[in-house]
Design a binder for this molecule. Sequence first.
Ligand SMILES: [Zn+2]
Length: 168
Amino acid sequence: MNQARTHLKFCLELARLQHKRGRGFIFEQPQSANSWKEADVKAMCALPGVYRLVVDMCAYGLKIDRTRNLETGETGLLSKKPIAVLTNVPELAEYLNKRCDGTHKHGALLGGTAEAAARYSPQFVSAILKGIRAHMKTKGLWRGFPSRQQRHFEDWSSEVNQTGQNLG
Ligand SMILES: [Zn+2]
């Protein structure tokens, strides 16, 4: 078994354990990854309470310098990079469920730019944090941030939502 498959199996095993014990997990791979066709991944998708969603990263502001539109040659565009997400946390499924709105052109992730795109955009991280916070509130586990961190989180997430950020 190669390293990537060993890693995949390990992540799935962790997700399965979390799910079995009533705890949350999130698992993501590029939508085009062959792993989605594997029997144990399909079995995981079919479990009750597990959501599978496709997310376009352009909807979360993924923008890598040096990417180029293949037709027009334009640079500095958003990249679509569809990923598929498995989670058993309904609030994460809700906050992460965004697709491209079709209002913009995309930059292709070629020429060494795919590596930079492997990092999450700040908007995507913010959506994950908001989903977790909403879930904890639902479960009655949310006690709030200590005030200094709360301010930091709110400043950061509103800045991210207004302006986005360039990665890469
Ligand atoms: Zn798009």
